[in-house]
Design a protein. Structure first.
Length: 419
C-alpha cells in the first residue's frame, strides 16, 4: 500500500512534490550543446583554453598545467563553442561519469567547449543554478549509472542527459532562491576545504622543519644525537587476529592493514574490536608502544608507523612490529618515524616484490636524529595541537556537508519552500 500523500502535495514519477510544482524530463526545456572535436594537431602553447572532460571535477573545474590545452584563437565557425559565466558543464565519459560537473565562473573564461563535454545554459523554464544543484546530486548519479554504456570507458550521451527527470517549482525566482541557498553552503564547504589544505601544508612544513632540527623551538639549543632504533627500545611482534575475528568483541585492536588506512602518526580510533578469546592470542599493547606495518604493497610505504599513546587495554594483530621505547617521547616518535628520511631507510630495508616485508632486525638498524626528551615533548605538543585543529576543521566540514545534503533533500523536493 502506498504512503498517504499530504494535502498540498502530489505523487509523481520524481516522487512526492508540491501541487504547483512540475516533474518532467529536462530535454525540451534546456539549451544543451556538446563540444567541438578540436584536433590535437592544432593545439598551441597559449590562446584560449579548451575545456575537456579532464578539466571537469565534482563541483569544480581544474586548470593545472598538466591537463590544460589551448586553441590559438576564436574564429567564426567555432564561436558557438565559446563558454560563458554561469554555464553548466558535464563530463560525458570516464570512470566518474555522472559525478563530474561544474558551473563556470569568470575565472574559467575565456574557454572553448571540447567534445565529450556537454554545456547547459539557462532557459525560460529552468534557472541553470537550479539545474546544477540536481546534476551535482545523487539523483543524477543514479540516472547516469542507469543509462551509461558498460564499456572500457563508460559514457553518457546528450540524449541521456535530456531524459533526466527533475521536479521544479513554477517560477524561476523560486528555483534561483533554492540554487543560491545551496550555492552558499557549497561556498562554505569549499572555503573549509581550502582552509584545511592550507593548514595541512603548514603542518607538513612544520613537521619537516621541527622533526629534523632545521628549526628549533625557543629555549632549546645544542646538537641532536643519532640513535639506532634498536638502541632506544625493545622490539616485539604482534600476533593473531584474522579479518573474521576483527569484530568478535569489544576490545580495541590494531591490525596491520589499518596502519595504512585508518591511522596517521598516532592511534586515535579503532576499527577492530575483538573478543577476550581472540585477545588471548594477540599482543597486549602498552602505552607508548610504536607500531610498524610489517607487510605492505610497496617499499615506499613499508614500515609505516603509528604511536599508541592511550592508557587503556588494546591489542596488536599479526604482521605488526612493535617498538617499546625506554625513555623517548612516543608521540614525537610517532611523527618522526614517518619523515622522508626515515621512510627512505625503511624502504631500503624492505624485502620482496609483490608483497614487501620488513623485520624487527631490519628496523632496529634504522637511524634517527633525537633531541633531548623535553624538546621531543615540546615538538610533539605543537604537532598534536595542529592535528587537533585540523580534526576540528574536518568535523566542521563534515557537518556542513551533511547539512547541505539535508538541505538538498528538503529544498529540491519542495518539502521546504523558500518564499
Amino acid at each position: 500500500m502506498s504512503a498517504e500523500v499530504k494535502p498540498g502535495y502530489k505523487q509523481t514519477e520524481a516522487g512526492v512534490i508540491p501541487e504547483d510544482w512540475d516533474a518532467k524530463v529536462i530535454g525540451h526545456d534546456i539549451d544543451l550543446l556538446t563540444g567541438f572535436p578540436f584536433p590535437s594537431s592544432g593545439y598551441s602553447d597559449s590562446g584560449i583554453r579548451l575545456l575537456r572532460g579532464s578539466n571537469v571535477k565534482r563541483g569544480k573545474t581544474v586548470w593545472t598545467d598538466d591537463i590544460t590545452q589551448y586553441w590559438p584563437s576564436v574564429t567564426p565557425e567555432i564561436s558557438r563553442y565559446e563558454l560563458r559565466d554561469g554555464d553548466l558543464v558535464i563530463a560525458m565519459d570516464g570512470s566518474l561519469v555522472g559525478r563530474s560537473s561544474a558551473q563556470l565562473t569568470s575565472e574559467d573564461l575565456p574557454a572553448l567547449l571540447l567534445q565529450r563535454v556537454a554545456r547547459i545554459r539557462s532557459s525560460k523554464t529552468y534557472d541553470v543554478g537550479y539545474l546544477a544543484a540536481f546534476v551535482k546530486s545523487d539523483w543524477f548519479i543514479k540516472h547516469s549509472d542507469a543509462v551509461k554504456t558498460v564499456t572500457a570507458i563508460p559514457h553518457i550521451s546528450p540524449a541521456d542527459i535530456r531524459t533526466f527527470m527533475i521536479p521544479a517549482p513554477p517560477t524561476i525566482n523560486e528555483q534561483r532562491a533554492i540554487a543560491i541557498a545551496l550555492s552558499d553552503m557549497e561556498t562554505l564547504i569549499n572555503g573549509l576545504d581550502q582552509l584545511i589544505a592550507k593548514k595541512r601544508d603548514i603542518q607538513q612544513a612544520a613537521m619537516q622543519q621541527l622533526l629534523t632540527g632545521q628549526r628549533r623551538l625557543p629555549g632549546f639549543s645544542g646538537e641532536w644525537g643519532v640513535k639506532r632504533l634498536g638502541e632506544i627500545g625493545t622490539f616485539m611482534k604482534g600476533s593473531g587476529v584474522t579479518r573474521d575475528q576483527s569484530s568478535s568483541g569489544l576490545l580495541p585492536c590494531v591490525r596491520y592493514g589499518e596502519i595504512y588506512t585508518a591511522h596517521h602518526n598516532l592511534v586515535r580510533a579503532f576499527q577492530s574490536l575483538i573478543s577476550k578469546e581472540v585477545a588471548a592470542s594477540a599482543t597486549l599493547l602498552k602505552m607508548g608502544d610504536l607500531l610498524f606495518a610489517g607487510s605492505g604493497e610497496t617499499k615506499a610505504e613499508i614500515g609505516k608507523c603509528v604511536a599508541f599513546v592511550n592508557n587503556f587495554e588494546a591489542y596488536a594483530g599479526g604482521d605488526i612490529v612493535i617498538l617499546r621505547p625506554i625513555s623517548s617521547d612516543s608521540t614525537f616518535l610517532g611523527y618522526a618515524l614517518n619523515t622522508q628520511e626515515i621512510c627512505r631507510q625503511k624502504a631500503s630495508r624492505g624485502q620482496g616484490d609483490a608483497v614487501v616485508h620488513i623485520s624487527a632486525n631490519a628496523l632496529s638498524t634504522v637511524e634517527i636524529k633525537l633531541p633531548p626528551k623535553d624538546e621531543q615533548t615540546a615538538i610533539a605538543t605543537i604537532l598534536t595541537e595542529m592535528d587537533t585543529e585540523l580534526a576540528t576543521l574536518e568535523a566542521r566540514r563534515e557537518k556542513a556537508h551533511q547539512l547541505k545534503q539535508g538541505m538538498m533533500q528538503e529544498l529540491l523536493t519542495g518539502r521546504i519552500r523558500l518564499a
